[in-house]
Design a protein around this ligand. Structure first.
Ligand code: ADP
Ligand code: ADP
Length: 208
């Protein structure tokens, strides 16, 4: 078995879809954004370094990200592959990854820029279980989160000015990966500007 990459701009729905297809694929979600936020929370040196980049919506340096990934891939649950979410984000990261894991699919969730701000600015996560919701598009059920103990969590970088920086980082540094993976026959696109369930169905069809 190999690993999968979920690709797309910030707010495309990578995390949402990872949570929905994880069980089907039997691969753990590996989100570099979540790992960096955990490092910040823990007050580790990596977190201290990364925070300034994240706060201004810039990418964290490749060597920091690659060190985190190399460590993560040593865990037992990664032995049969993982589902990468938000990694790789630069050509050097993709090149390094090609020596660390076998990638079978890069699934790109395509969403136009003018949809991204509303997605990001309404994002809310359950602090207890990590499920991703949206104030308008995917609200927390009236009887609460699936985990039964909803704790509202919003990201410090989910504001309009940081989103614009994250989008330009995406266009300048990350979008060239589409051609890079396409040349290697691994790249698949799905229209991400639709119902969450329709996107999941398309992703599962591509994986089968
Ligand atoms: P990413 O991991 O790519 O940054 P998320 O999965 O966190 O994106 O989604 C960003 C926000 O958009 C969340 O609030 C999520 O609930 C919402 N969202 C995800 N997919 C859709 C969709 N297809 N339509 C509308 N909103 C969506
Ligand atoms: P989103 O997909 O909503 O932009 P993430 O949680 O994936 O959010 O990333 C949050 C921030 O963490 C990014 O803006 C960036 O600063 C940093 N980051 C996450 N993954 C990477 C990566 N692979 N390379 C560089 N920086 C990263």
């Amino acid at each position: 078995m190999g690993s999968i990459v979920l690709f797309g701009p910030p707010g495309a729905g990578k995390g949402t879809q990872a949570q929905r297809i994880m069980e089907h694929c039997g691969l753990p979600q590996v989100s570099t954004g979540d790992m960096l936020r955990a490092a910040i929370q823990a007050g580790s040196p990596v977190g201290m370094d990364a925070k300034a980049y994240m706060d201004r919506g810039a990418l964290v340096p490749d060597e920091v990200i690659l060190a985190l990934i190399e460590e993560r891939l040593k865990d037992d649950d990664a032995a049969n592959g993982v589902m990468f979410d938000g990694f790789p984000r630069t050509i050097p990261q993709a090149e390094a990854l090609s020596h660390l894991a076998e990638i079978t699919h890069v699934l790109a969730i395509e969403v136009p820029d003018d949809r991204i701000v509303e997605r990001i600015c309404g994002r809310v996560t359950c602090g207890s279980c990590g499920t991703v919701f949206h104030d308008t598009f995917n609200p927390v059920p009236s009887d609460g989160c699936v985990c039964g103990s909803f704790v509202e969590k919003r990201r410090a970088d989910d504001n309009e000015s940081t989103v614009l920086s994250r989008l330009s980082a995406y266009h300048e540094q990350t979008s060239p990966l589409a051609a890079w993976y396409d040349e290697r026959g691994l790249f698949h696109r799905v229209d991400g500007d639709r119902d969450i369930g329709e996107i999941t169905a398309d992703l599962l069809a591509l994986l089968n």
